[in-house]
Write a protein that binds this ligand. Structure first.
Ligand code: UTP
Length: 303
C-alpha cells in the first residue's frame, strides 16, 4: 500500500443524496414522478439508499432536490394521516412499514436543499455544503442500486476509517466497450484487500484512452476539502460541474482510493438496469417466481 498518501481517519456522519436530476432516460415516466422514487417492485430506489445510509450509521441525510420534485420530500417524511387511515382499516403491517421507512424526526436528521438547475453532480454536492456535519461526507446516488450481504456504504466506511485515503470511490470492473459511460480510475498499482489506491480519475474516457477498466459507481466518501475544490471547479464535460474533476484535483493533497465493493450493482438510471433489478428481486419471492418461469416460456406478444 502506498505509504506516501496522506493518512486520514475521521468519522463519516453525513450522507448527501443528489436527487435533483431530470431523469431524461425514464421520460415520460419521470415527467411527474421523480426517478429516485421509481420502485423495484414496491420499494422506491430512494428507500434502498436511505436504508443503506442508516445501516452505515449515518447521522444526517441531506437531500439535494429540485423544486419540481416535491414528491421526494413527501415520501421521506412520516405521513401520520395515511398511517392512521391504514390502521383504522386494520392494515397495521403496512402502516408499521411506512413508519419505519420514513425519517424519524427524533432520532434522525433530514435536511433538504434545492438545486434550482441541474448543473451536474459536482454542483449538486456543493449545494449541500451549508448543511453538512464536520468531517468527510458520503454521497449516495439512489439510481445506482447496490445489494449484498453487507451494505456498500457500511463496508466503505469501515475501510475508509482505517485512513487509506481522503477520497474513496466505489468501483467495479467493466468491459472496455462500457468504460466511456463512467468515471474511470487510474490505479497506481497498490492494492490492499478491497482498496486500490489511484493517481487519477477520468470522466467518460474513450475506450482506447481509458487508464483502466475500474469504473466508478454511485458511492463516494469525500474529504471535506471537496467543497473548496468544487467551488473552484469550472464546468467540464457536457457543461456540467463534474464531481470527478473536483475529486481528481484533490488527489495529491488527500489521496484517492477505489473500493471494490462486494455487492451486486444495478444501474437503475437505465431501463435495462431497472428491469434487471426487478427480475432479480422478483426471483427471490415465491409469488413471483412462477410468473417469471411462465413468462420465460411464453412467446413475446407484439407491442
Ligand atoms: P444522472 O445523471 O444519472 O441522473 O445522475 P439524471 O441526469 O437525472 O438522469 P438522465 O441521465 O437525465 O436520465 C445521478 C444522480 O445525480 C442526481 C440525479 O438526480 C441522480 O440521482 N443529479 C444529477 C443531481 O442531483 N443534479 C444534477 O445536476 C445531476
Amino acid at each position: 500500500m502506498n505509504t506516501s498518501s496522506p493518512k486520514v481517519s475521521q468519522k463519516v456522519r453525513t450522507a448527501i443524496f443528489p436527487v435533483a436530476g431530470l431523469g431524461t432516460r425514464f421520460l415520460p415516466a419521470t415527467k411527474a414522478t421523480p426517478k429516485e422514487l421509481l420502485p423495484v417492485l414496491d420499494k422506491p430506489l430512494l428507500q434502498f439508499a436511505m436504508d443503506e445510509a442508516r445501516d452505515a450509521g449515518i447521522e444526517r441525510m441531506i437531500f439535494v432536490s429540485h423544486p419540481s420534485k416535491s414528491a421526494i420530500e413527501r415520501y421521506v417524511h412520516h405521513d401520520e394521516e395515511l398511517c392512521d387511515a391504514l390502521r383504522s382499516k386494520g392494515k397495521h403491517g403496512i402502516a408499521d412499514r411506512l413508519g419505519k421507512d420514513a425519517i424519524d424526526p427524533v432520532a434522525e436528521q433530514a435536511h433538504f436543499v434545492m438545486q434550482p438547475t441541474p448543473l451536474g453532480l459536482g454542483h449538486a454536492v456543493l449545494c449541500a455544503v451549508d448543511e453538512v456535519l464536520p468531517g468527510p461526507v458520503a454521497v449516495i446516488l439512489p439510481d445506482d442500486l447496490i445489494v449484498g450481504q453487507k451494505g456498500c456504504l457500511r463496508e466503505m466506511i469501515e475501510a475508509y476509517e482505517t485512513g487509506v485515503a481522503g477520497h474513496m470511490v466505489a468501483t467495479m470492473e467493466v468491459s472496455r466497450d462500457e468504460v466511456s459511460a463512467y468515471g474511470v480510475l487510474d490505479p497506481d498499482g497498490d492494492v490492499e484487500g478491497q482498496c486500490m489506491t489511484a493517481r487519477g480519475m477520468v470522466e467518460k474516457p474513450e475506450a482506447d484512452a481509458a487508464p483502466s477498466l475500474q469504473a466508478v459507481v454511485g458511492r463516494y466518501i469525500l474529504d471535506a476539502s471537496i467543497f473548496d475544490d468544487l467551488r473552484q471547479q469550472d464546468p467540464g464535460l457536457g457543461g456540467e460541474i463534474q464531481l470527478t474533476d473536483a475529486i481528481a484535483k484533490g488527489i495529491e493533497r488527500v489521496g484517492l482510493c477505489g473500493f471494490r465493493f462486494s455487492g451486486q450493482r444495478f444501474d437503475c438510471g437505465s431501463k435495462a438496469g431497472m428491469l434487471r433489478a426487478t427480475l432479480a428481486f422478483a426471483g427471490r419471492h415465491d409469488e413471483f417466481r412462477s410468473i417469471l418461469e411462465d413468462h420465460a416460456s411464453l412467446p413475446l406478444a407484439a407491442e
